[in-house]
Design a protein around this ligand. Structure first.
Ligand SMILES: [Zn+2]
Length: 492
């Protein structure tokens, strides 16, 4: 086992042209060993660099440190400052041999990831800026951070703890606490993350074991099992294990999966609770477009699942009568959950995609003489000014300074949702001229004001004075544009 590693180490040192001496005055070593005065860093290998990027991605913070392989005992967060300029650079150094041993001994990538996360925790908490390096309290903060991040990355609690459980002794030292305190810190971080973001626990796919095809081939229809102890699950469709290729999310206590290959959506009912590894029947709940939702009236929660992914938390939603209109800003898609208000029994229903791109929807309730405007999932009609322009409706939103047009609004009063168009940003001055009847109309900020104004021609333009606001508008070339179409005007 040693030989291949030595080879890779040799290759590495040949491929690296420069070694950077790094001063280790303020540093943390994962287990508290002394670090030599002169430490050398090498450029990091691909795997470690990917792991680091993945960890940082889950913190939402910028990568403001450099990862390097180096001659440290295990892993270290180190800061190096230029004495002349005072500029400081942050490093995370790791021992390649040590990381390899971690992986071999724990048989999982999570151990090495948790060690890197711990070191990143020191940097992001500013610990490396403090004089004196490691202290037990700071170590526990970094451990808590690693538990928090590992939850968000999908590690189970066991996986988040495995490095400490495998390598750290019971008794602590002057710089590092003992095992039980560190395990408690990781657990706290992991639980805190799970409370903020419940249901994200990653459940590993059961690997399709070679030679076990015989047993799975005999599994007919849609069958699943969930092994709570090992945090693993399997989904068989006609004897084929398809879990690995599916998108999936918790859906309350259920599990919803979308198979992008066959475009099928499956529901594994009470998956969260049924962890005894018994085979159970799953349900095919849809083919093709995969939009599902549930409305938990008792807990005032809803979930929206598109292609097996839970996206409700990133969306903006409003009621539209008994329906729920939802805008997903990330994908610029608008969904409608029909009869959402009444179907609050937490069962899973199919939703509808009603629009891609700009999300402008309106409906006109002729009976009650009401209208509604939804822009990007928000009901905004209550703050808008509006007026008829023949059979159309011009609506101005003073908050966003946007003007919308609802075509044929007067005749479409059946309360059905329809798409509107954005016709102007900024000043809202529109006019039209009916040459046949020699009549004009002027709409300013959603109000028809022509009747209160005085006007005269100036060449081909019409000059319109509004005595109420003491403003003058120019309707350019109006004399020649008698086709009654809506046009933009301007202030004098
Ligand atoms: Zn540390």
């Amino acid at each position: 086992m040693k030989f291949p590693f030595l080879l890779s180490c040799l290759l590495l040192s040949l491929s690296v042209f420069s070694q950077i001496p790094i001063d280790c005055t303020n540093s943390c070593s994962y287990y508290g060993e002394e670090i030599g005065e002169e430490t050398y860093g090498f450029t990091s290998d691909e795997e470690a660099r990917n792991a680091l990027q993945n960890i940082v991605k889950h913190t939402g913070l910028p990568v403001n440190f450099t990862l390097m392989a180096g001659n440290v005992p295990n892993a270290s967060a180190i800061i190096r400052c230029n004495e002349l300029t005072g500029d400081c650079d942050r490093y995370i150094l790791y021992n390649q041999d040590f990381m390899l041993r971690v992986k071999q001994k724990t048989k999982t990538d999570w151990a090495a990831i948790s060690i890197l996360a711990h070191e990143i925790g020191h940097h992001l908490s500013g610990h490396t800026l403090l004089v004196g390096g490691s202290r037990p309290a700071l170590e526990l903060q970094a451990d808590k951070f690693s538990g928090f991040v590992l939850y968000n990355m999908g590690a189970t609690l066991d996986e988040a703890q495995i490095a400490i459980n495998t390598f750290v002794g019971d008794i602590g030292g002057p710089t590092h606490p003992g095992r039980s305190a560190r395990i408690a810190a990781i657990t706290n971080g992991w639980i805190q993350a799970s409370e903020i973001n419940p249901g994200k626990e990653n459940i590993a796919d059961e690997k399709a074991e070679i030679g076990s095809n015989k047993s799975s081939a005999s599994i007919k229809g849609i069958q699943w099992r969930h092994d709570g102890a090992k945090n693993k699950f399997a989904l068989f469709v006609n004897g084929v294990q398809i879990a690995a290729r599916c998108n999936r999310s918790y859906c309350g206590d259920h599990y919803i999966l979308y198979d992008p290959l066959e475009r099928n959506t499956y529901l594994l009912e009470n998956f969260r609770l049924l962890i005894d590894n018994q085979l159970r029947s799953g349900k095919l709940i849809g083919t093709g477009e995969s939009i599902f939702w549930r409305h938990d009236g008792a807990n005032k929660q809803y979930g929206l699942y598109v292609n097996g992914l839970s996206i409700g938390t990133r969306c903006i939603a409003s009621y539209s009568k008994h329906d729920y209109l939802i805008f997903d800003p990330e994908e610029q898609k608008t969904y409608l959950l029909e009869n959402f208000r009444n179907l609050n029994n937490n069962l899973v229903y199919k939703g509808k995609l009603i629009g891609k791109g700009p999300s402008i929807f309106w409906r006109h309730d002729g009976e009650k003489n009401l209208y509604a405007l939804y822009v990007n999932g928000q009901l905004i009609s209550t703050r808008c000014n509006a007026s008829y322009s023949q059979d159309h409706y011009i609506v101005y939103d003073p908050e966003e300074q946007k003007t919308y047009l609802f075509e044929n609004f007067a005749n479409l009063s059946d309360n059905t949702l329809r798409t509107g168009s954005l016709i102007a940003r900024g000043p809202s001055i529109f006019w039209r001229f009916d040459g046949k009847n020699n009549k004009y109309a002027l709409y300013v900020n959603g109000q028809s004001i022509g009747t209160r104004c005085q006007s005269h021609y100036l060449g081909n333009d019409l000059v319109v004075f509004d005595p109420q606001e003491n403003k003058t508008y120019i309707l350019e070339n109006l004399k020649n544009l008698g086709d009654n179409r809506l046009r933009l005007g301007r202030l004098q």
